[in-house]
Ligand binder design. Structure first.
Ligand SMILES: Nc1nc2c(ncn2[C@@H]2O[C@H](COP(=O)(O)OP(=O)(O)OP(=O)(O)O)[C@@H](O)[C@H]2O)c(=O)[nH]1
Ligand SMILES: [Mg+2]
Length: 344
């Protein structure tokens, strides 16, 4: 289980590896002195804050439309337009308004009621994709992070690693983006924060052989989770595909069931462009689920509803900030309510 909300009282310091010179054991770090309840609350406050722009666009729009009391063709059409503007895409917007038409057409309805009904309909679309990763299904569990440049792959990996080490899982992060020195040093920082091991290669080393080495080592060391970061250059699809496929092929020499999850990281602020990224990556490799990051920024949160409806891929986590605790499992109901400005 991905124990995002669990916090252990006594965190184990990371084990130190000394044999391989390129394996860096992180120094002991102190548990943060933040009560978990506060963290949880801050997370939802930040999500609501982040979704504020999407929310107010929707709620103000709905208030503008519902000057009349009855739900008629004209208001439904205006509502559909509003949902499309809020990044939900034509098909999903039509589905949502279609449901409202079925249940409320011609009835007296307030703008709050329409927002509550919309949140309910969105929850129906979102519920099937709200999922958690079961890291205990394999040992070591091999997780591959993919996505275009700058979406938050490395950051997400660092946050997940931290939460797993808090759950007393032994984690090995692999700096599979060997092409940028900065990518390696960024992971070094995250490994320290997370209190986990990190495997790096020489600059421009073959990511596939690094992944191979990581799996062998993980088997020997009793590692629970191996997380492999990858480079996200998309300008050369063929190259990226070849690289990902090679990483997978080579890893399967050690464990033919690996990777056990391939997470596609998407930046929520890119809106509809996220659809194109899902399309591209699904053709490159077997994507098992999504992580949506940057829902705290100028979030175009509606895109998550459309992605859920169109691709039906599990959403394993959402990110609402750059901090280590800013990643949580995706909760359909809470998200839909936040987006529609409905207080719990
Ligand atoms: N506000 C906010 N920023 C985030 C979030 N997730 C990641 N970031 C920031 O986005 C930037 C890019 O994140 P990275 O993790 O480096 O992205 P990446 O996908 O690894 O990028 P490349 O390695 O260049 O492909 C960093 O400045 C992160 O701090 C989030 O949920 N919210
Ligand atoms: Mg990166």
């Amino acid at each position: 289980m991905f124990g995002f909300f669990k916090k252990k009282e006594n965190e184990k310091p990371p084990e130190k590896l000394t044999e391989q010179s390129d394996v860096q054991a992180a120094p002991e770090i102190k548990p943060e002195e933040i009560k978990q309840e506060e963290v949880k609350q801050n997370f939802w406050e930040r999500l609501k804050g982040g979704l504020h722009k999407s929310t107010s666009q929707l709620t103000d729009g709905i208030t503008g439309i519902f000057t009349k009391k009855k739900l008629d063709d004209e208001t439904l059409e205006a509502l559909e337009e509003l949902l499309i503007k809020a990044d939900m895409g034509v098909a999903t917007a039509q589905k949502l308004t279609g449901q409202l038409r079925k249940t409320r057409f011609g009835k007296d309805i307030t703008d709050h009621e329409i927002r509550a009904a919309l949140a309910d309909e969105m929850t129906v679309l979102l519920n099937p994709v709200a999922a958690t990763l079961d890291f205990s299904s394999h040992k070591p569990f091999v997780l591959l992070m993919v996505g275009v440049n700058g979406v938050g792959k490395t950051t997400t990996m660092g946050k997940m690693a931290k939460q797993l080490t808090q759950d007393n899982k032994k984690v090995l992060m692999v700096a599979g983006d060997t092409f940028r020195a900065a990518a390696v040093s960024q992971l070094e920082v995250w490994a320290q924060r997370a209190g986990c091991e990190l495997l790096t290669g020489a600059e421009n080393a073959d990511p596939a052989s690094l992944a191979y080495k990581a799996l062998e080592q993980a088997k020997q060391n009793g590692t629970d989770v191996v997380m492999i970061d990858t480079a996200g250059r998309l300008q050369n699809k063929a190259g990226l595909m070849a690289e990902l496929q090679k990483i997978i092929r080579v890893m399967q020499k050690v464990d033919e069931s690996a990777p056990h999850a391939t997470l596609l990281v998407l930046d929520a602020t890119t809106g509809q462009n996220a659809h194109a990224q899902v399309d591209v990556f699904r053709n490159l490799t077997a994507v098992s689920g999504l992580v949506l990051t940057k829902l705290d920024g100028s979030a175009r949160g509606g895109v998550l509803v459309a992605l859920a409806d169109v691709f039906k891929l599990p959403v394993y986590a959402i990110g609402v900030g750059e901090g280590i605790d800013d990643l949580r499992p995706f909760a359909a109901d809470a998200f839909a309510k936040a987006l529609c400005g409905i207080e719990d």
